[in-house]
Design a protein around this ligand. Structure first.
Ligand code: 5GP
Ligand code: MN
Length: 349
């Protein structure tokens, strides 16, 4: 199979990875905290291929991932570090290789950071975020990629293992690409993405079914929660920005489950001329407010996230967190808006 893709990953890194792979028997694949579709999809997509190559592979993530990803093959075998701490530590200590998927800084795996940092295994980063932290032996980090799943596909292809991608693996990789681009509605203009999709279709994936499995699995309470949040949205007409918020109290009254507010931040962007959307959520696990930002066009929400919300991310999708009440967090967002207002007004999208 002749893969018609430009070589995003430098051949030197592919060769280095290939060499380390021949030496490795036990491989641990790690995804970031509160794993999303890309973290899970890229991890499992890679795991399927490496297992086909005869490797012993475990996937470990810090904490739970959303139910709408649980149809993926072998998702039930993913180890949650907060539940299987000792067994995971043993796997990290015994691993020959650790693949860090969809994150480029150790703080993105929070309480797992020490176990990964201290492991003697060769560490490989496969990621698409900016500002890579140099904690890996091989870093394959390409912010131009739509998703880490896209990079995993490219890596597998460049290794010459395209034939080892089976339907299960293809479904996982497609899911990662689809979720990180909002169903190919943003960050998805590279024509090669559609070449990759066509290759995944040849592997037998049903992309329409995958879409339904991921995006059309709302519970009744989730739809009602969405309606509630949207009816309380604050819209900043002059700044072309919107803010929605979810308190702990509201989470309780709508039987909120982890992942129920996934994607909510994108909804205000469908209001005509909206350039920035902010979602504030009181975290149920610790006394913080989780912040999600989304923008359209060239507005850098990662800069806003870094400057005001102790976070970062991509140009159009970023996040962070604040240690304060949700009311105070709203004020912080309004301060951020004040500072970036001129850019938002000038922005031509
Ligand atoms: P989400 O809004 O879906 O939680 O996050 C969107 C993106 O923002 C993530 O893919 C990640 O790049 C970035 N992000 C989210 N939360 C944080 C955070 O606390 N710190 C940093 N540095 N980036 C974050
Ligand atoms: Mn990603």
């Amino acid at each position: 199979m002749n893969i018609m893709l430009t070589k995003m990953i430098e051949q030197e890194k592919v060769d280095q990875f290939s060499l380390e792979l021949t030496r490795a028997c036990r491989i641990v694949i790690v995804g970031h905290v509160s794993p999303d579709g890309d973290a899970i999809g890229a991890s499992l997509g890679l795991a399927h291929v490496l297992r086909k190559k005869g490797k012993t592979v475990h996937v470990i993530v810090p904490n739970a991932f959303p139910d709408f990803l649980k149809w993926m093959s072998c998702s039930k075998d993913i180890l949650l570090y907060n539940r299987y701490h000792d067994f995971s530590d043993k796997l990290f200590a015994e691993a020959d290789m650790i693949c860090c998927i969809d994150f480029n800084a150790l703080n993105r795996i929070t309480f797992m950071a020490d176990a990964v940092r201290n492991a003697k295994a060769k560490k490989v980063m496969i990621d698409h975020h900016l500002d890579t932290e140099p904690f890996c032996d091989i870093s394959m980090s390409y912010p131009k990629a739509c998703s880490t799943s896209e990079i995993v596909f490219r890596l597998i292809s460049q290794l010459g293992y395209y034939d080892d991608i089976n339907q299960d693996s293809a479904e996982c990789l497609y899911t990662g690409m689809m979720t990180d681009t909002g169903g190919f509605t943003y960050n998805s203009n590279n024509p090669e993405i559609y070449f990759i999709i066509s290759q995944l279709l040849y592997k037998g994936i049903d992309k329409d079914e995958i879409y339904r499995n991921v995006f059309h699995t709302y519970s009744e309470s989730r739809i009602r929660l969405m309606g509630h949040i949207l009816s309380n949205m604050i819209y900043y007409k002059e700044s072309h920005a919107a803010m929605i918020a979810l308190t702990k109290e509201e989470q309780n009254s709508f039987n909120y489950l982890k992942g129920d507010s996934e994607g909510f931040v994108n909804i205000p962007l469908s209001i005509n001329n909206t350039r920035l959307s902010c979602f504030l959520r009181e975290d149920t696990e610790s006394p913080i407010v989780k912040v999600s930002l989304r923008s359209v066009g060239t507005f850098p929400c990662n800069k806003m996230a870094a400057e005001f919300f102790n976070g970062g991310g991509h140009l159009n999708a970023s996040g962070g967190e604040l240690h304060c009440s949700i009311e105070e967090a709203k004020k912080v967002f309004e301060q951020a808006l004040e500072k970036y207002k001129t850019i938002l007004i000038k922005e031509n999208v």
